[in-house]
Ligand binder design. Structure first.
Ligand SMILES: Nc1ncnc2c1ncn2[C@@H]1O[C@H](COP(=O)(O)OP(=O)(O)OP(=O)(O)O)[C@@H](O)[C@H]1O
Ligand SMILES: [Mg+2]
Length: 575
């Protein structure tokens, strides 16, 4: 009797509403479910039948069949959205329909709050369902090993117009060094990439990055930026005495073009040799048409950090500018969410993103990617990264963890040489990691973690045994085992302990939460911060030429300023 009743209720329920848009259809579906469950008689009946289905198989089957009828009725609106390209091709229509009503059933069964107060849940449903690519990819993969949104980064940069204008105005000019600083993931690299793209044919761009782990690769970013000078077999410094070598580096930079932009990424990891050479170049290139753009995580620098000392020193020069990147403000977060979701995010979704990601674009992207699949949004990026990884196949997870020991970039040969997976499984796992945004390809023979924080999270999560397992034999011990590369500054060899010869624990990066405590400056507020600016040094005391009103104020380090405990910081603010 119950079976017949449920089947006829499902069949006779109001037919699907076609509103013309996916969101409209899903909203209509959610409204119908809400009305059904809010109905005093039907709501009670559903509760009773759901309870009975937990111990009576025939009731469970009847309930299941009645849902399948409803799901089949509404699935075509999702199928149509897939056909029209609104959702990814691998979207599972039935799963999406089920997920739309799931929060309402949850409320019905777990609280006695009236369902018309479930608008909160509905708006969340709206956000998830509207999140085309994100929700689609996730829903398609429920219970599968490929559950994540494939795209988390967006092609268009959100905001930062003022900061770009500041950088534009510095080229060409008297400034030789601009330090772009801000928290991990705030968008320093993204901004510099956008600047470099705008510089276009106007300047020659050289790029190099500092290394994360303690590694005996001196001058790493310069070796990466100037491969011809440092050579394929470079051991670090150019040959000859140090002054002559420095001079050759300065000459190589100026010879690279009439106007040169030298990008040095991740200065917070600069080793002593890199710091010394940068000091030298800053002086030696005083009159050259060269702009060095260095990015630096401000949340990595403790007051006594050697790079903090370097920054303070360089900042005293009239040829240095500092550009501090604040987190995105609320409109910026909303714009980023809109771009990722391809739909207007619900206000409560934006509220939660602002509260948890604190305007950090990387955190925001990661939260958006994990959102539909997580019962509870992870509180830290590390959790997000591990949660995302846990949804991949065991092989992919294993490989990602092993790869994290090699550094941000890992050559294919190295992964192959570890012998952790047979060749065909290795290829499949790598493809999965790339498809799911954990790794990107780096050139023709290597992979890189999509973001430093993904790499760091995995590395921090390793057990000591896993770290050892991922460490290949020392170079030369086996002709078939590839050695840890010693040349590419992006590939990091695990240093050996001088006493035991076993790999010394490499320095895992601090999690964003931990490192925040180590900041030299006060960070009490969770709101996007604005560093106080003491003066504006441009000639005439105003803004630099070409910088629109309302742009971030930049401050030359030559300007008189109050004594301060930590290195002076130029402030910029943008969404
Ligand atoms: N303004 C923006 N608009 C859109 N996406 C952004 C923006 N800023 C950053 N992102 C995205 O956020 C993520 C982190 O940005 P990015 O790598 O530039 O941070 P970072 O400050 O360089 O971090 P790290 O200190 O780890 O190097 C990237 O996926 C990037 O594409
Ligand atoms: Mg960066």
């Amino acid at each position: 009797m119950v079976a017949d009743l449920l089947a006829s209720m499902a069949e006779e329920s109001v037919p699907r509403t076609e509103t013309g848009t996916l969101l409209g259809d899903l909203r209509a579906n959610a409204r119908l479910v809400r009305e059904t469950l809010s109905d005093p008689r039907q709501g009670r009946l559903f509760k009773a039948v759901i309870a009975a289905s937990t111990w009576d198989t025939r009731t469970a089957e009847a309930l299941h069949r009645s849902y399948e009828i409803r799901v089949a009725e509404w699935s075509p609106c999702v199928t149509r959205a897939v056909e029209q390209g609104e959702l990814p091709p691998d979207t599972d229509p039935a799963e999406l329909i089920r997920a739309v009503s799931a929060p309402l059933y949850y409320r019905l069964l777990t609280t006695s709050a009236p369902l018309d107060e479930a608008a909160h849940g509905l708006s969340r449903v709206r956000s998830g369902a509207g999140g085309g690519k994100v929700a689609g990819a996730w829903f398609a993969d429920v219970g599968d090993t490929h559950p994540m949104a494939r795209r988390v980064s967006v092609p268009e940069m959100v905001g930062r117009r003022a900061e770009l204008a500041v950088l534009d105005a510095l080229l060409p000019g008297d400034t030789r060094l601009v330090l772009v600083d801000g928290d991990a993931g705030v968008g320093k690299t993204r901004l510099v990439q956008a600047f470099v793209a705008r510089v276009g044919g106007r300047a020659t761009v050289l790029r190099g990055g500092c290394l994360q782990f303690e590694a005996d690769i001196p001058y790493a970013p310069f070796a990466e930026a100037l491969p011809d000078l440092f050579g394929e077999e470079a051991t670090g410094a150019p040959t000859g005495d140090r002054v002559a070598a420095y001079r050759r580096v300065a000459e190589a930079v100026t010879r690279a073009g009439d106007l040169v932009v030298l990008v040095l990424e991740d200065l917070h990891w600069a080793d002593a040799s890199t710091r010394d050479l940068l000091r030298h170049l800053h002086r030696a290139l005083a009159d050259a048409d060269v702009l060095i753009v260095a990015t630096c995580r401000s949340d990595e620098l403790t007051a006594d950090h050697p790079v903090a000392t370097l920054v303070t020193e360089l900042a005293r020069s009239p040829r240095t500018e500092r550009l501090h990147l604040d987190p995105l403000d609320r409109p910026g977060v909303a714009a980023l969410a809109r771009a990722v979701l391809d739909a207007e995010p619900a206000p409560d979704l934006v509220d939660q993103l602002v509260a948890r990601a604190e305007g950090n674009p990387f955190f925001t992207e990661e939260l958006l990617a994990a959102w539909p699949g997580s019962g509870d949004v992870p509180r830290t990026v590390r959790d997000i990264v591990l949660t995302r990884l846990a949804r991949l196949s065991k092989n992919a997870q294993h490989l990602a963890r092993l790869a994290s020991v090699a550094g941000r970039t890992v050559p294919h040969d190295l992964l192959q040489g570890l012998g952790a997976l047979p060749e065909d499984e290795l290829g499949t796992a790598l493809r999965e990691l790339v498809d799911h945004g954990q790794l990107t390809t780096a050139g023709s023979d290597a992979y890189a973690f999509r973001h430093a924080l993904i790499h760091e999270s995995l590395y921090r999560d390793l057990l000591p045994g896993e770290r050892r397992a991922a460490t290949p034999a020392s170079p030369g011990t086996s002709p078939t085992t590839p050695s840890w590369p010693d040349r590419d500054p992006r590939r990091v060899p695990p240093p050996s302990s001088p006493t035991t010869g076993t790999p010394r624990a490499t320095r895992p990066a601090r999690s964003p939460r931990r490192s925040r405590r180590l900041r030299p400056r006060s960070t009490g507020s969770r709101r996007p911060r604005r560093t106080p600016t003491t003066s504006v040094p441009w000639a005439g005391g105003g803004r630099p030429p070409n910088v629109p009103r309302g742009s971030p104020t930049t401050r030359s380090s030559s300007a008189p300023r109050r004594p301060r405990a930590s290195p002076a910081t130029t402030s910029a603010r943008s969404s």
